[in-house]
Write a protein that binds this ligand. Sequence first.
Ligand code: SF4
Ligand code: SF4
Length: 468
Amino acid sequence: MNETAKLPPDDYFRDHFSGVSEDGKRNWFYPQKPKGKWHNRRVVFTVAVLGILFAGPFLKFNGQPLLLFNVLERKFIIFGIFIGPQDYWLFGLTMLSFMVFVVLFTTVFGRLWCGWACPQTVFMEMVFRKIEYAIEGDAGKQKLLNKAPWNSEKILKKGLKYTLFLTVSFLIANLLLSYVLGVDELAKIIREPLADHIPLFSGIVGFTAVFYFNFAWLRDQACTVVCPYGRLQGVLLDRNSIMVAYDHIRGEPRGKLHKGQERPEGDCINCHQCVAVCPTGIDIRNGTQMECVNCTACIDACDSIMDKVGFQQGLICYTSENAIVHKTPKLITPRVIGYSVILVLLWSVLGFMVVSRSDTQTTLFRAPGSQYIENKDGTVSNLYTFKIFNKTNYIVKPTLHLDAPNGKLVFAGTPDLTLDGAGMSEGTVFIIIPKTELKTRKTKLRLSVYQGTEKLESFETTFIAPEE
Ligand code: SF4
Ligand code: SF4
């Protein structure tokens, strides 16, 4: 049983953090093994989540990864849509709509993400914790083993556990890098000599150490101390949000069950089983708390107690505060409608930007300090510098064309405009136009970028000519 279970009741929890003891030391939790229908559902869901997570880097669309988060080179692929360093608007809008989606989702469904799909909870509760239970046994046995002297059994169990922890951490580090670099790049690095990829190898070692530290030692504190999402719950949740909650109307006043006696109390028999299974060491009966990751373990624990004492299940369940107190569950509130409207607007703009964006982005400006040149053949030249950015993840071979007015482009030297994925080429070019085409001192020019016969983009610039 957790330390919290021994603490004085009433309002003690309000100014105490479950992860820290009275003397300022860390409370190390030994949650009892969860079992029940919600846990079984989570196991099935976890298999699906891990399957998707590990298959993700191998999924391809049009020859490129379906998902890539290369923060080092600022290249992202989200469901086949490439977002490169030039797409800062697209990136910003994607992030903004993602945040609004998170806010909307949390307002309606509370911390469903934390309990079911967050990689921290999935790996901690469904992988590392299960390894621990399998090797060291349930909470009581784990406590005894930790207190036991370092005999051969303890060395064997701890050695095996931490070796497995390290192996899984190494796997997760590789998984993370396959999302950052792409699985092809990672495979190449693994095949090639180690000496050629020291920084990346150091990255794998570093991330393995971080994951090992996280899952072997930090554990619940990653959710209760580090994770910013957890700390935002106070502003994101409202009284209609669905969350794992204790039905205090039905459960209180709590009191021990005495067989054969009339029971004036509520349905909570004060058995503390909900506390004993909690991986963050809280008592859900104290109400919604920042530490609760909605793992559902307390629902299963309480349901099994209710079955044993012959009460109806669901004293702890997925519900909202308004559903408990006023019996008026409400999913669609003005707040939810407001967030939904904002989200639809953002997604519409995002969709428009994705559909209408060009494969290249070109800037072409008159060279600083340059003047027009009057040529003997009756033409005028202006000197320009240009940059062409490739906004795709594949090679583009662009050509520049002057659409209007009549004239020609003469490049300085013979620049190779071939662009690698997300690459850039630059150079200088003279634009030469017959005087007959120039009616004013400043003339608007229209240019286009082509690849073969396909027009990739059009843009304008100005041309300076002598005053007539
Ligand atoms: S209170 Fe219940 S749902 Fe919340 S973290 Fe603890 S066991 Fe999980
Ligand atoms: S498991 Fe249920 S009955 Fe037992 S203390 Fe928790 S809420 Fe009360």
